[in-house]
Design a protein around this ligand. Structure first.
Ligand SMILES: [Zn+2]
Length: 315
């Protein structure tokens, strides 16, 4: 081997080793992150970029309120380093004692830590709020509404918790996670400003939805949260509850009711027929597959729907 050939071979070896050492895609060292459902996966994927494997536990058709832990779920969690959850009861279908036994080294990251939470059922414009004897009936021991991700400002705080968890679990990529998170936070902040700017001048602001998913969004952008058909998608309201909702829709002259993508809307459409209200739709982001840009895309689609529904002239 000539001198020049030897230098070339050595340079190739060094560059290859260097690439190997710095390649974030190396399976042996890449952080494995599992997120419970769509919004968490979207935030984590945006912050992790190519530095970690970010999966979603629930399939694109599964609804988090109604899920059940399967052996397939457990197998994926056993292989993971981090399990990122919304908290506030959204993942109570996963028995923590079983999970701890199956995956003792798995770090569970609750992104609701530090958030200012709203009691549920939400306090509405009428006595719809007092339909249930106890908030614990609906939200287990938590008694708080879990739908924090539907407020972009709270989503920023959840993303911040995810950043800290990634940095703690994978300190080698601390600065790269921080750089990704800065960009993503600006995207979420821009989303918040869009919601504020678009919703503020709209003439109609009464919000009635299929389930109790939007109190945080309504509060952030000063919408009148008039009511909802059910606290949860699978929980049928009583005839008395439905009658009270019809009364409050009429008394507040609410002209549009929002069905929710992925959930049956028969009851809501019955109420719309009784009250003469139009039916529009919103997206809770509870169902579907995540991705680094999916949260912002689907929230923007919600903003378009709110603008269309609330921008129409009063009937
Ligand atoms: Zn929900």
């Amino acid at each position: 081997m000539s001198f020049s050939s030897a230098v070339c071979a050595l340079a190739w070896l060094i560059s290859t080793l260097g690439l190997w050492a710095s390649d974030p895609a190396r399976p042996a060292t890449k952080l494995r992150v599992v997120c419970s459902f769509l919004p968490l996966q979207s935030h984590a994927a945006a912050i992790a970029g190519e530095l970690a494997e970010v999966e979603q536990l629930l399939t694109k058709d599964a609804a988090p309120h109604e899920s059940q832990l399967t052996p397939h779920h457990v197998a994926r969690l056993v292989r993971a380093d981090l399990f990122i959850i919304n908290g506030i009861g959204m993942e109570d279908w996963i028995r923590r004692d079983l999970l701890k036994e199956a995956a003792p080294n798995l770090r569970v990251v609750d992104t609701s830590v530090g958030l200012s939470l709203r009691t549920s059922p939400a306090r509405l414009l009428d006595d719809v709020a007092h339909r249930h004897a106890s908030a614990e009936d609906a939200y287990g021991a938590h008694g708080k509404n879990p739908h924090v991700w539907l407020d972009p400002q709270l989503a920023r705080q959840q993303a911040s918790v995810i950043l800290q968890a990634l940095q703690s679990a994978d300190p080698r990529n601390h600065d790269a996670y921080a750089a990704n998170a800065r960009i993503y936070d600006l995207q979420l902040l821009a989303l918040h400003h869009e919601f504020a700017a678009v919703l503020k001048p709209l003439p109609r602001r009464n919000l009635v939805t299929l389930h109790d998913a939007f109190p945080y969004l309504a509060s952030r952008y000063e919408l009148n949260y008039v009511g909802y058909v059910a606290e949860f998608p699978e929980k049928d309201p009583t005839p008395q509850e439905l009658a009270r909702l019809v009364t409050v829709i009429r008394s507040t002259q609410t002209g549009v009711l929002f069905a929710e993508e992925g959930y049956a809307s028969g009851l809501l459409r019955d109420i719309a027929r009784q009250t003469g209200a139009h039916v529009a739709s919103l997206d809770t982001l509870e169902i579907g597959q995540g991705g680094s840009s999916v949260y912002c895309q689907r929230m923007r689609a919600n903003l378009v729907k709110l603008k269309e529904a609330f921008g129409e002239p009063l009937r």
